[in-house]
Design a protein around this ligand. Structure first.
Ligand SMILES: C[S@@+](CC[C@H](N)C(=O)[O-])C[C@H]1O[C@@H](n2cnc3c(N)ncnc32)[C@H](O)[C@@H]1O
Length: 484
């Protein structure tokens, strides 16, 4: 969420918005529907956002931005000034370098009024202190922040280029030069601001048809299987000032030949905010990438079980594929993963709906007796993904251990949330309280998933079956396996 503290010079917030819109509309080819306006949503913790002035029918164009106005490698003069290929840095680092260049030009940048409305402080996990990160407890998101990797890439790829071209990158962060440790630290901080903007604001820019035609002549060896990774990234003014909402998403960006066009995908009522969509992402990822959480992404919360944790509970000495025949067997059959994601079960969901088939096969393989395993291996026949009491017991134990790794109970988290947001608290919390609250929301979501999956497993446990039989209640689940 974005409040005043995230923006440079918050006292000029409205003035900067007005200047940005005036600049935008003065650019040839830009069209902005008079039915929308750029709103100040800081009181709800959402920074700027786009709101409908009057009702808008489905399919109507909200705005259109020409491709040459996108802040991207191909549109910045840096490409010709630098004397070396910027694109070879890859989509992330090349845009980071271009943004560093444009930001360093101050008012001389073509995108100056746009850069002035972008935040310079973030609540994304990259910026959390170790104590704040500990509030996420056992969340697997902690392994995905990638701060060290990002630091390394910036220091190895960006810093040398900036230092070699001081005329193109005049220092702007209160230092007189980017040389030495202090200079490197200032540049690293600035580069992380640009990286965070790219993460939360940039779009993957699809090629226009004539660019596609040119690309066909390229050497195929540069192409990779993962096309998305190869798409250049770009900052699309105005399109990236839309907030996002999982349930109220009512607009989408269409990448056309000459322009990128935002259109209403639903009828929008007067006064309604216009929302983009970030896709079905769990709140842990929402926090990591966008620095905010809202409850309507709770439906996408997940828990993640690393292979190593599963192996440990199953009694394997380690999870090294080369030294563990059961893992090797699954690997050879292409059904072994590094970790397994279990989504939040919906109201009527069954285990079959939520457990990945690969996880069930792993649990089954780990539960086989040595003879059963040898038999399967000799026939090269991995087990079918069906759950019986053995696998259920193993998974139950794995989930209970995971549950214990979180340092607090759901009840304690609930109390903390109530304490952080008493009835009259402002809708937007600032600073550390905001981060504490978001961490509590994320870990609570994961604990709820754990609790629900544990409850779904209970009827399959041997003790539950025995108890039912003793009560005279014939339980067919004891003999029947649940096919996943
Ligand atoms: C693409 S920008 C949207 C414009 C942004 N609000 C601003 O003022 O610059 C994405 C950022 O907006 C904020 N955001 C997006 N959707 C939000 C929402 N539904 N509620 C609160 N903040 C939101 C988050 O800080 C996110 O990183």
């Amino acid at each position: 969420m974005s409040s005043s503290t995230h923006f440079p010079d918050p006292s000029s917030f409205q003035h900067q918005s007005d200047e940005f819109v005036a600049w935008l509309e003065a650019n040839p080819g830009v069209k902005v529907n008079p039915k929308i306006y750029l709103a100040d949503l800081r009181s709800t913790g959402a920074g700027r956002g786009v709101v409908a002035r009057t009702s808008i029918p489905e399919g109507e164009e909200l705005f259109s931005i020409p491709r040459n106005l996108i802040l991207a490698v191909q549109n910045s003069e840096l490409k010709s000034l630098l004397g070396q290929e910027v694109d070879t840095l890859g989509p992330w680092l090349s845009l980071m370098l271009v943004m560093l260049y444009e930001y360093s030009q101050g008012s001389n940048s073509r995108w100056a009024p746009y850069l002035r409305v972008l935040p310079t402080r973030f609540d994304t996990l990259m910026f959390w202190s170790p104590a704040e990160l500990r509030e996420l407890q056992a969340s697997a998101i902690l392994d995905k922040i990638g701060k060290q990797g990002a630091d390394k890439s910036i220091l190895e790829s960006i810093v040398p280029i900036v230092r070699a071209n001081p005329g193109l990158f005049p220092p702007v962060s209160g230092v007189t030069s980017y040389e030495g440790d202090a200079g490197a630290a200032a540049l690293l901080e600035l580069a992380h601001i640009m990286g965070s903007l790219i993460m939360a604001y940039a779009f993957d820019i699809e090629k226009s048809e004539h660019e596609e035609d040119d690309a066909e002549d390229d050497d195929e060896s540069y192409m990779t299987d993962d096309e998305d990774e190869q798409l250049p990234k770009g900052m699309v003014p105005l399109a990236d000032l839309l907030n996002a909402d999982a349930d109220r998403n009512n607009a989408r960006l269409f990448q056309e030949e000459e322009c990128l066009v935002m259109k209403a995908i639903k009828p929008i009522h007067e006064g309604e905010e216009i929302f983009n969509d970030y896709g079905e992402i769990p709140r842990a990822d929402l926090l990591r990438r966008y620095g905010y959480v809202t409850d309507n992404y709770a439906q996408y919360d997940v828990i993640e079980l690393p292979l190593a944790d599963i192996c440990q509970v199953a009694g394997l000495p380690n999870s090294d594929v080369g030294s563990q025949p059961r893992l090797e067997f699954l690997e050879e059959n292409d059904i072994l993963d590094d970790g397994y994601v279990i989504p939040r079960p919906g109201p009527n969901a069954s285990l079959q709906d939520v457990l990945p088939a690969e996880l069930v096969v792993l649990l089954t393989t780990l539960s086989l007796t040595p003879e059963e395993f040898e038999q399967r291996r000799s026939k090269n026949k991995p087990p079918k993904p069906s759950m019986d009491s053995n696998q259920a017991s193993l998974l139950y134990k794995i989930l209970q251990i995971k549950q214990m790794q979180y340092g607090s109970s759901l009840g304690e988290d609930m109390q903390l949330l109530t304490h952080l947001t008493p009835p009259n608290a402002p809708a937007s919390l600032d600073g550390s309280a905001r981060r504490l609250k978001m961490a509590a929301q994320v870990r609570m979501g994961e604990k709820e998933v754990l609790q629900t999956v544990l409850a779904l497993l209970e009827p399959l446990l041997p003790s539950a079956s025995l108890k039912r039989s003793a009560n005279g209640d014939v339980d067919s689940r004891q003999s029947k396996a649940a096919r996943v």
